[in-house]
Write a protein that binds this ligand. Structure first.
Ligand SMILES: *Cc1c(COP(=O)(O)O)cnc(C)c1O
Length: 226
């Protein structure tokens, strides 16, 4: 990906995000996270040079390498992958600005415990499996509000900032939409409890996710394509 491609990819994305968000409201702001898991540090830098600041990785080791490679740049790093317990300390040390993928009360409590030891705090989202797919992580919608409140009550060192979902992995748009709406409904219930981010939408479905109320999208392949 060269500078021209980076410019075109980011401009196309911003144009389409603008179109989708303005259909909701001028005041509906959508944050774009560039998911760089299949991309090099050099490509991340190309996108930084044309204006993108927030990036996300799904493996702790890759996040470590890329934050080190690019430490001179004022980037904001997100973690979006499955978090193994034995990697929690490594992730804490990388100080990500948001962990999107806390998928159980147990994992939140484990993270909280390790944060306490280090006397640190980190921001997280609760992942919800709104598509009810076996291949996806996350709490099921029926218990999401309850688990969210339990994290709030028992994890003082995590800053719980909202929810994350991956849209249903099917071609039928109605079903994908249903999964986004399920997450948005839970998010709305949690706003009085401090939820700020509804992270949903990827390359194939971010416009639909925004139409359903997403205010944070995680876009990889279309942003980094050649
Ligand atoms: C890879 C990934 C994305 C980005 O996917 P694309 O389809 O490449 O846009 C978003 N969210 C999560 C959790 C991912 O693992």
């Amino acid at each position: 990906m060269n500078k021209l491609t980076a410019t075109r990819n980011l401009d196309d994305l911003i144009t389409r995000v603008e179109g989708a968000r303005l259909k909701i409201s001028e005041h509906h702001i959508v944050k774009i996270i560039g998911i760089s898991k299949y991309s090099t540090s050099k490509e991340i830098e190309e996108l930084y040079n044309v204006g993108q600041r927030a990036f996300g990785e799904n493996k702790v080791q890759d996040l470590k390498i890329k934050t080190q490679d690019l430490e001179e740049l004022p980037l904001e790093w997100h973690f979006v992958g499955t978090l193994q317990k034995n990697k929690i300390n490594n992730l804490i040390d990388l100080n990500p600005s948001l962990i999107h993928s806390i998928d159980s009360l147990e994992l939140a409590q484990e993270l909280n415990k390790k944060l306490e030891v280090k006397n640190k705090k980190l921001s997280i989202l609760l992942q919800i499996n709104s598509a009810y797919e076996d291949t996806k992580s996350g709490v099921i919608p029926e218990v999401a509000v309850e688990i969210y409140k339990q994290i709030l009550d028992t994890c003082p060192n995590v800053r719980l900032k909202g929810v994350m979902s991956i849209g249903a992995h099917v071609s039928d748009e109605k079903i994908v939409k249903e999964s986004f709406k399920t997450t948005k409904k839970i998010y709305d219930e949690l706003v009085p409890f401090g939820a700020k981010y509804c992270s949903m939408g990827m390359s194939s479905d971010y416009e639909l996710a925004i139409a359903c109320g997403s205010n944070m999208i995680r876009v990889g392949s279309t942003l980094f394509k050649d």
